[in-house]
Design a protein around this ligand. Structure first.
Ligand SMILES: Cc1cc2nc3c(=O)[nH]c(=O)nc-3n(C[C@H](O)[C@H](O)[C@H](O)COP(=O)(O)O)c2cc1C
Ligand SMILES: Nc1ncnc2c1ncn2[C@@H]1O[C@H](COP(=O)(O)OP(=O)(O)OP(=O)(O)O)[C@@H](O)[C@H]1O
Ligand SMILES: [Mg+2]
Length: 501
């Protein structure tokens, strides 16, 4: 069989491993279920095209083992289902039909939505398992395994995902190595295809950035260097993933951060945590208000509970410690648990680690390259040998000392300034006043001021019990801060407040 031969002759070790694993899953599924009991969900997309060839090969190898024959593959009798939709691209539609003809597929065209279509299909046929080209990173892959029962509310069947752990790069390595046909849209800059209403060519593949969008030229999909951005051509249903606090109708003016240190050694007093202090200073210097700092032990549930609590209260959570390959390094697992997702291998991240620790990283899996599935964004910066990991509004810092923190912080502020995520460097203004008035004297006027200026953060502290009180004003607008200072001054005799630098 040509596919098996092409992969066998390739010297891409990684592709061979992925291929062998996928064929293994397919053969086990075919051993578990009869041909009548399985179906292949095919839509002409790149992932399902990979699956088409893997299935034909797996079916052939399975039959060959059963009959001990060496004969060629004459037919592929697995029922192939295609949910045809009026909003599909004509190119994927015609590719699907062409492929069905070329490979003599038993094509069932379903013109209903997925759920009702599957209900009718399962009623009329003895189907128990359906092969899908779902891959980790697809929004629908979250929580799925290679064999995953359909979700509650869906008709009962087994979802078989032989290429679940394939990366974007693996998909293209396979299609190009095997020299099989794929839908023409992938040569026009499309990298992942949904409906005509939500899919455009991937701007990262644009060749002539300046001309009007109609004349734009795009490179082929296989040239996209960062596979995590394959969905950049998908128009998002929700413009951005907001955290719980953002959806709160009452948007606070000052951004809230939480700092979590993970480390048994800090709790036992063996190690002094200097990162927390340094991070609080840095956050304050760019106008963030630190809501809470906490030290958590190296325990998945403890980390997950704390992250879950803080991520819903704060705009951004910074977590450090417990990041690495040791048994006690559970921070990422805790973050994953807080978001209800699992840790899944991330090939792009693994590549960075491979560069960093080269030969020490052996095997096909690297525990450190497991990241919370579907929610992790890698923040790349030329000064960082390994990108920072951001899971929604949780930033995982790799720093273990203040020098490393300094560098990561510098990169982080530069990166977030460029947009994308919540900016760390907000427009920020502050002023501090010192007074020798007693706290009893200032308490009531400050309360009133707070009500009058809800957009201004008012903080007070003193350096000693008898010493002067320092009042901090923080906000986004200098003029508003000046008005608040004026309003407070008006309530007292002239000269009782001294401006501090
Ligand atoms: C054969 C097949 C089986 C599916 N099984 C499930 C399922 O068990 N649970 C589920 O939530 N979605 C299931 N889906 C739906 C897909 O996850 C679907 O792509 C997803 O809901 C996104 O749909 P949309 O982006 O077109 O709205 C299935 C789809 C197909 C084609
Ligand atoms: N309309 C459909 N008909 C049949 N199967 C479908 C349909 N839409 C999705 N699927 C199944 O779901 C899988 C995942 O869809 P997804 O869009 O992520 O991948 P793809 O279409 O194969 O490739 P791409 O990511 O480039 O769009 C497909 O490989 C296919 O098995
Ligand atoms: Mg698709």
């Amino acid at each position: 069989m040509e596919i098996d031969k092409a992969i066998g002759e390739s010297d891409d070790k990684r592709l061979k491993t992925k291929y062998n694993n996928a064929i293994f899953v397919i053969k086990r599924a075919l051993a578990l279920y009869s041909t009548e009991e399985v179906a292949f969900s095919f839509n002409g997309g790149k992932d399902s095209t990979v699956l088409l060839h893997l299935l034909r090969t797996g079916y052939f190898l399975h039959k060959k083992e059963l009959t001990c024959s060496n004969g060629g593959l004459s037919s592929f009798p697995v029922r192939t289902i295609y949910f045809e939709s009026p909003s599909a691209f004509t190119e994927t539609n015609s590719f699907t039909y062409d492929a069905a003809q070329t490979y003599d597929l038993q094509l069932d065209i379903i013109r209903q939505d997925f759920k009702s279509g599957l209900e009718a299909l399962l009623k009329a046929n003895p189907i128990r398992a359906i092969f899908l080209g779902v891959r980790i990173g697809d929004p629908t892959a979250v929580g799925q395994e290679q064999f995953s029962p359909s979700s509650p509310g869906w008709p009962p069947f087994m979802r078989v995902n032989p290429i679940l752990d394939w990366s974007y790069r693996d998909v293209w390595a396979f299609l190009l190595t095997c020299k099989v046909k794929y839908c023409s849209l992938y040569d026009q800059g499309y990298t992942s295809i949904g409906s005509i209403h939500d899919t455009v060519p991937n701007a990262l593949l644009s060749v002539n950035n300046t001309s009007s969008s109609k004349e734009k030229l795009f490179k082929p999909a296989y040239l996209l260097s960062d596979g995590r951005l394959e969905r950049a051509g998908r128009v998002k249903k929700n413009a951005s993933v907001k955290n719980d606090r953002d959806s709160d109708s009452h948007k606070h003016e000052v951004l809230l951060a939480s700092v979590i240190a993970v480390g048994d050694e800090i709790l036992s007093g063996t190690v002094e945590d200097q990162l927390g202090l340094s991070l609080c200073k840095k956050l304050a210097s760019v106008g963030w208000s630190v809501h809470q700092t906490s030290v958590i032990r190296n325990d998945i549930d403890s980390v997950s509970e704390e992250v879950d609590r803080q991520r819903s209260i704060c705009d951004m959570v910074f977590i450090y410690g417990g990041v690495g390959p040791l048994h006690s390094d559970v921070t990422l697992a805790g973050v994953a648990k807080a978001f209800g997702v699992r840790l899944a291998p991330d090939e792009e991240f693994e590549e960075y680690l491979r560069h960093l620790i080269s030969e020490q990283c052996t095997g096909d899996r690297n525990e450190m390259a497991q990241l919370p599935e579907g929610i992790t964004e890698l923040l790349h910066h030329e000064k960082l040998s390994v990108p920072l990991r951001k899971c929604r509004n949780v930033i995982v810092l790799a720093a273990t000392n203040t020098e490393e923190l300094e560098k990561e912080w510098e990169c982080l502020t530069e990166l977030t300034k460029l947009g994308g995520s919540t900016s760390l460097v907000e427009l920020y203004a502050s002023r501090r006043l010192m007074t020798s008035l007693t706290d009893v004297e200032v308490a009531e006027p400050l309360n009133k001021l707070g009500l009058e200026f809800p957009d201004i953060y008012l903080g007070c502290y003193r350096k000693s019990r008898q010493g002067p009180i320092i009042i901090c004003f923080k906000g986004k607008d200098n003029a508003r801060i000046d008005s608040a200072v004026q309003a407070l001054r008006k309530r007292f005799k002239e000269g009782v407040f001294v401006d501090m630098k």
